[in-house]
Design a binder for this molecule. Structure first.
Ligand SMILES: Cc1cc2nc3c(=O)[nH]c(=O)nc-3n(C[C@H](O)[C@H](O)[C@H](O)COP(=O)(O)OP(=O)(O)OC[C@H]3O[C@@H](n4cnc5c(N)ncnc54)[C@H](O)[C@@H]3O)c2cc1C
Length: 454
């Protein structure tokens, strides 16, 4: 068991150090790039200049499928760069989910680069300054190394739906970006080139949209990625989500990681009055909510390991009956470069969310893509564009591979592997070191030649 704790601690600390890496690599870029981008919210109504959009009016440069973190951000930046963007999103009402609630500081720096940092304002977002680690009644705090950044730079945690809605409004505020509610059912292909999409709008009416480039950002349950990549999806565990009310976190403005048995428990604020709890449940399925197994599991296995300050609020959250679950998926990026189409966000690449890196990778990828597309005004030559965009997969690696590899430590460290590591590096010492300031961890990291690409 000590070895498993070591694995989780290693993963978390590796993740933490990964974000330090993203921060470090962003330092130069961040300076002087904060621009005031506050705009009034535009109405999201699926119309262009007040008229309904017609089927393929030939006036679109880029179709974006899905307006989550990735789709909304891409739509905004490509619109800002002068492209005519048509976003098709299945549900334009405010999402209510337990995903994407903690944006790491590296992700916030990417938001700044994209001119979207005001999307974390006016949503009661909370600043996150680091992590607190708990195990067996002991705890310690590890702060993000933010000294060299301007004072607004930190992590942010929030209701995912509020953040997404701000991003959608910001994208839709541009005259050349149109958000439409509709469900994309398939890609339109002609001789191996994607020409656009088929989608259904309200009432089941089918429509088509065409553009030289279609960017598919339909998330972790993507139906469309199968023709654009090899979707090798692994589900090592589930997160069970609860919202705690009327409680104070032991370390305000910090994520809390409880190194529990059999798996970690996370707590972090999502507003000034609410704390999100995510319980990692390893294995292919979770206890049933409907027959009471879940309540029993949470009360008997998890609750005794919750810090005393949060115990009553944790029990009240279970008793409120509002228990949500989500599969924790991981999927390496393995696209089939296809003329006319690109995958982005979770549809393209996923990693275990324990270290909260998904939005940072998505936003970092968008910075890379935006920089590549910036000099291009005409996207019509799909084959040349596809060839040109191959460099995207190389350029994204410094950030994406680092975060993926570090998050992957959670799933890749088998007990056997850890025993070998234990002999080599003193892994059981690791958790003690974590609780005492992670100096051993850094030393161990220094032993590595490199972090393998993923
Ligand atoms: C439990 C859990 C917790 C997580 N916590 C964090 C965290 O704290 N921090 C972090 O950085 N990351 C976290 N992640 C990862 C993060 O949520 C994702 O990386 C991020 O949401 C990916 O954004 P996306 O835009 O690709 O997908 P999504 O945000 O899922 O957006 C996809 C969009 O596409 C739309 N859509 C889907 N199908 C269609 C269709 N056919 N037609 C039209 N529209 C469609 C959907 O309605 C949705 O709006 C977590 C993930 C999980 C599972």
């Amino acid at each position: 068991m000590e070895v498993l704790y070591g694995a989780v601690a290693a993963s978390l600390l590796l993740g933490f150090l990964g974000f330090c890496y993203v921060l470090a690599s962003s330092k130069k870029e961040a300076k002087g790039k904060v621009e005031g981008n506050a705009r009034s919210a535009a109405v999201i109504d699926g119309s262009v200049d007040g008229r309904p959009r017609s089927e393929d009016d030939g006036a679109t440069d880029v179709i974006v499928v899905g307006a989550g973190v990735a789709g909304a951000a891409i739509a905004y930046v490509l619109g800002k760069d002068g492209h005519r963007v048509h976003v098709i999103e299945r549900d334009l009402s405010e999402p209510d989910r337990i995903v994407g609630e903690l944006l790491q500081p590296g992700g916030y720096l990417k938001l700044i680069e994209l001119g979207l940092q005001d999307c974390v304002e006016e949503i009661d977002a909370q600043r996150v300054l680091g992590y607190a680690l708990f195990k067996d009644g002991r705890n310690t705090k590890v702060s993000y190394p933010l000294e060299e950044f301007s004072s607004d730079v930190s992590g942010r945690s929030f209701h995912n739906g509020r953040f997404i809605q701000r991003m959608r409004e910001k994208a839709a505020s541009l005259p050349n970006v149109q958000l439409e509610q509709g469900t994309v059912t398939s890609l339109l292909e002609e001789n191996g080139t994607v020409k656009g999409v088929v989608y259904k709008v309200k009432g089941g009416v089918e429509s088509k949209a065409c553009a030289p480039l279609t960017i598919v950002c339909d998330g972790c349950f993507s139906n469309l990625r199968k023709s654009l990549c090899h979707p090798n999806v692994d589900v090592p565990s589930y997160f069970v989500g609860l919202v705690l009310k009327n409680c104070e976190l032991p370390y305000p403005n910090h994520g809390h990681v409880i190194l529990a048995n059999p798996s970690p428990i996370l707590f972090y604020p999502i507003s000034s009055t609410e704390v999100r709890c995510l319980v990692d449940v390893p294995g292919p399925k979770v206890p049933s909510i409907t027959n009471g197994e879940m309540t029993n599991y949470l009360k008997t296995v998890v609750a005794p390991q919750v810090p005393p300050q949060l115990y009553d609020a944790f029990i009240s959250a279970i008793d409120s009956g509002s228990i949500r679950t989500m599969p924790n998926k991981s999927m390496p990026a393995s696209p089939y470069p296809t003329p006319g189409a690109l995958l982005m966000g979770d549809a393209f690449n996923m990693r275990h969310p324990l270290t909260g890196g998904g939005m940072t990778v998505a936003l970092s990828d968008i910075v890379v893509l935006r920089n590549l597309l910036k000099p291009l005004h005409d996207l019509n030559d799909s084959s040349s564009l596809c060839k040109y965009l191959e460099s995207f997969y190389t350029l994204r690696k410094p950030v994406a591979s680092t975060i993926n590899t570090l998050a992957g430590a959670y799933t890749r460290f088998s007990v056997h592997h850890l025993m070998k590591l234990e002999m080599r590096c003193g892994m059981p010492v690791l958790i003690t070191s974590a609780l005492e300031g992670c100096s051993q961890m850094v030393q161990w990291l220094c032993c590595q030649d490199s972090i393998p690409a993923h």
